[in-house]
Each structure stands twice: as structure tokens, then as C-alpha cells.
Ligand binder design. Structure first.
Ligand SMILES: C[S@@+](CC[C@H](N)C(=O)[O-])C[C@H]1O[C@@H](n2cnc3c(N)ncnc32)[C@H](O)[C@@H]1O
Length: 443
């Protein structure tokens, strides 16, 4: 007889939240292997079975035991709470099997049986907090370095994901949740709703809905999942709700569509429409600069420049992308633009303005070096992915150099003398624009 390994996720704990397939697999198994707490949770299904209880730290032992028993021709259920593939035993088991030379074509078959993971079980108890984009991060640094966890927390917080925190705290790991709170408060309002759900669908179930700034003071343990809302999440009548986003399109869930929107079509701010919205925003808000517009739309400066270049309805802004391979040519041409203003922006917000002239530019290897008596500036030219001519008639004429992620590396602008641009320099700038810009297809 061929052995079989069932990798069973039995859901949050209560039997009624176990899937039919999970229950059938446990019933069918000759051997049930699991962490002792999990074995207790399915005790009513274990009559007449060989039961192997393992401790928390014996994960690999559980996998090896399952393989050894299956090699004897037995049906083995390796059980885990929630979904066995979510911070569970499915991964380590496959790793052990594959290292031992097992393949899906081998005699021993493996079936992964999904279950309701803690984040959906916990969400169901507090309302509907996961109705829009969400992520999950485990705060356990037993196997994952803290810098990796911190970077992911930053990214999730910055991207406005609703976030589920697994393994938020234990007797020994008490500061990780404090750090997570500190990182989130850099991006989210202190009053952002947070649900703290302990032992969902188990005997000691406990639910707290608090503000983000109170999160780390709450009663949180090994069996807790923390759900942090996004910037639209709210609490009403004791329920934590993250809107599905329909409010962007519909007057109410059953009502007529909003002006400019169509049922069954992407929002006007969807992939094909947001660039038009951005240009209209610039046209309607004269005086707003492109950095501010990028911040407002949550897009990179490069994406904003490309959006403005794609139409001619952005008010006073006109933008054209530089043709491929014209980066050095634009530097050469700038020799005829007179005195220039060079602008560098540090990510943290500092802006450096330097007064220079193109005669000082020296390209050496990967670097554009500009050395004067007053300063030495080194721009990593190999990082420039593209550049855009940008002008606001009579106010600003320049070129902006951006990297692959659309971040500004360097900005050059023509300067006025006695309150006026020099006509020859302007003519040369426009000539370069005509000679070196990509042709744009405007709709
Ligand atoms: C090693 S992970 C296992 C996750 C599990 N495989 C799942 O899909 O839910 C353990 C973490 O899951 C969360 N968890 C598991 N069961 C839970 C429950 N019944 N109530 C709340 N959180 C739970 C807690 O964050 C706990 O620290």
C-alpha cells in the first residue's frame, strides 16, 4: 500500500470552522501528527489513531516523522491551525521531502488541505476590515532578521495596506510590537483602528478594537492576531470596516454612478485615466509644482512627467521626454543655455540649489562631475534612466533627469538675468527640445 501525507489546515480552532475535506482527512488518517495544542483541538476525531504529539520547536521532527510513517504505507495527517500553508508546516514538509529525493511522481502522495487562516477568522469577528488590499507580516524574528521585517512593515505602512500581524508578541518577544507601532505611526494617523483578536473561535476568545497609538499597550499574546486598518478604515457600531472602494464610483452602494464614472468600467482614476486626471489637476491648480503633484497623486516624479508629456491639457506645463541615447547630447547642448541652476533633492526633503555652467560638466566613467571653486558635485550618470524637457512659459525652462524608479537625480534650469531670460539661450533650449525630444502621440 502506498503511503499518503495530508497536510491539513483545520482553521482557527472550532470544529464548525473546519472544512469537510480537513475533517475527512483526519478521519481517514492512520497517524495524526501535530503540536500538542493542535492535537487537543481535534481530540474528538482521534479515536483509534496513532497520535504523535510534538513540541513547538520540533517542526522538522514533525515533517520527518510524517515522511517515515508514510514510507511504511500509512496515511498520515500532519495538522496545523488555520491554513497549513500560511506560516505553517506545508513549506518545511515539502522542503524535507524534496531534500530526501521525493518528487510529486513518487509513490507517496501529498495533499495540502487549505483552511481558514487566522487573518480571515479574526476579521470575521470584528466586522469587515480586509475588504480592500491587505497584507500579512509575522513579527517573529526567530527565523527572519529584524531588518527584513522592519523593511516590510515600512513598505506595508507606506503603501496603505490593511495589515495583519501574525506572531505579534510572546513572553520573550515583547518589543517587536512596539517597533511595529512606531513604524506605522510614521505613516498612519494615531486614531487608525486596530483590532486585536486573541484565540479566535476558541474557548478564550477575546476581542479589542483600539487606536493605533494604543496598540502596543494592549493585552497581546502568542495566540493573538493584530489587524491594522488603512487610511479609510473606520469603526461604527463597534464594527471595524474597510470600504471596498465603491464610494469612489457610486453615490451609494445601490445608487446611480457618480458623474464621469461608468458601471463595469475602470475608474476615471484607473490605469488608463489617471494621467488625464493629473493633467486636469495641474491645469486647475495653477502654481502647484510637479513635486507636489507627485506627492498628491502618490506617484513618482518620473510617472508624473510621463503623464504630462502624454497630453497637452496640463495648463501651463509642457513636458517632452528626451529621445533614447540623447542624454549626453542634451548636456553638450546646454553649453549654449548660459548660467544654469542645478537642483538636487535629498529623499528626506533637503533641496540643494547650485549655480553652474555647462562648461564645468565633465563626464568620467559612470559619473557626471561638476567641480567649481565653490563646490564639487558628482551625479551618478549611470543611474539616469531618462530625462524630460519641462517648461512653464516665461517662468521655467529646464531638463529633469530621473532614475528607473522615476526618482529625480538632477534638475537643470535656465536662469534669468535682470528679470528676463536671454532670448538666444531660450532659442537654443527650444532648438534642443525640438532636436532631441521623443515625438509624443497626444490624444
Ligand atoms: C505560526 S502562526 C500559524 C498561522 C496559521 N497557520 C494560520 O494560518 O492561521 C501562529 C500565529 O497565528 C495566529 N493565530 C493562529 N490561530 C489564531 C487564533 N485562533 N486566533 C488568533 N490568532 C491566531 C497568531 O498570530 C499566532 O501567533
Amino acid at each position: 500500500m502506498n503511503g499518503k501525507i495530508y497536510l491539513v489546515g483545520f482553521g482557527p480552532g472550532a470544529e464548525e470552522h473546519m472544512s469537510f475535506r480537513a475533517k475527512a482527512a483526519i478521519v481517514e488518517a492512520d497517524v495524526v501528527i501535530g503540536y500538542s495544542t493542535y492535537i487537543k483541538l481535534v481530540k474528538d476525531l482521534l479515536d483509534g489513531k496513532e497520535v504523535v504529539r510534538k513540541g513547538m520547536t520540533e517542526e522538522i521532527d514533525r515533517c520527518i516523522e510524517a515522511y517515515e510513517q508514510a514510507k511504511l504505507g500509512k496515511k498520515v495527517a500532519l495538522i496545523s491551525s488555520g491554513d497549513i500553508g500560511v506560516y505553517g508546516m506545508a513549506g518545511p514538509t515539502y522542503e524535507v521531502l524534496l531534500q530526501a529525493g521525493w518528487t510529486p511522481a513518487s509513490e507517496i502522495t501529498v495533499e495540502v488541505i487549505p483552511g481558514s487562516t487566522a487573518l480571515s477568522a479574526c476579521a470575521s469577528l470584528v466586522g469587515a476590515p480586509l475588504t480592500h488590499d491587505f497584507g500579512s507580516i509575522s513579527l517573529s524574528d526567530l527565523l527572519t532578521p529584524w531588518p527584513v521585517i522592519a523593511r516590510r512593515l515600512e513598505a506595508a505602512a507606506a503603501a496603505d495596506f490593511v495589515l495583519a500581524l501574525y506572531n505579534p508578541k510572546s513572553g520573550r518577544r515583547t518589543q517587536q510590537i512596539v517597533e511595529a507601532q512606531r513604524i506605522f505611526l510614521q505613516y498612519r494617523a494615531p486614531e487608525t483602528p486596530v483590532a486585536i483578536v486573541k484565540s479566535a473561535y476558541r474557548r478564550r476568545q477575546d476581542i479589542q478594537i483600539v487606536r493605533l497609538d494604543a496598540m502596543s499597550d494592549c493585552d497581546i499574546g502568542m495566540l493573538t492576531t493584530v489587524l491594522i486598518g488603512n487610511s479609510s478604515t473606520y469603526v461604527q457600531a463597534g464594527l471595524m470596516i474597510t470600504p471596498r472602494g465603491y464610494a469612489n464610483k457610486y453615490e451609494s452602494l445601490t445608487g446611480a454612478t457618480k458623474a464621469g464614472e461608468e458601471a463595469g468600467r475602470s475608474l476615471s482614476m484607473g490605469l488608463m485615466g489617471w494621467e488625464t486626471c493629473l493633467r486636469h489637476y495641474l491645469a486647475a491648480n495653477a502654481g502647484i509644482n510637479l513635486d507636489k503633484a507627485a506627492e498628491y497623486f502618490g506617484m513618482s516624479l518620473g510617472a508624473v512627467l510621463a503623464a504630462v508629456a502624454a497630453g497637452d491639457d496640463a495648463g501651463e506645463y509642457k513636458v517632452a521626454q528626451l529621445a533614447d541615447n540623447a542624454l549626453n547630447a542634451v548636456l553638450d547642448a546646454s553649453v549654449n543655455w548660459g548660467k544654469l541652476r542645478g537642483i538636487l533633492r535629498a529623499e528626506a526633503g533637503a533641496v540643494t540649489e547650485l549655480f553652474l555652467q555647462a562648461q564645468d560638466f565633465k563626464l568620467r566613467g559612470d559619473w557626471l562631475n561638476i567641480e567649481t571653486e565653490a563646490f564639487h558635485l558628482h551625479v551618478n550618470w549611470s543611474k539616469v534612466a531618462t530625462a524630460y524637457f519641462v517648461k512653464r512659459e516665461q517662468r521655467n525652462y529646464g531638463v529633469q533627469f530621473v532614475d528607473l524608479r522615476g526618482r529625480l537625480l538632477f534638475r537643470l534650469s535656465l536662469m534669468k538675468t535682470d528679470g528676463e531670460f536671454n532670448p538666444d539661450e531660450l532659442t537654443s533650449y527650444h532648438q534642443t527640445w525640438n532636436d532631441l525630444s521623443l515625438e509624443q502621440q497626444h490624444d
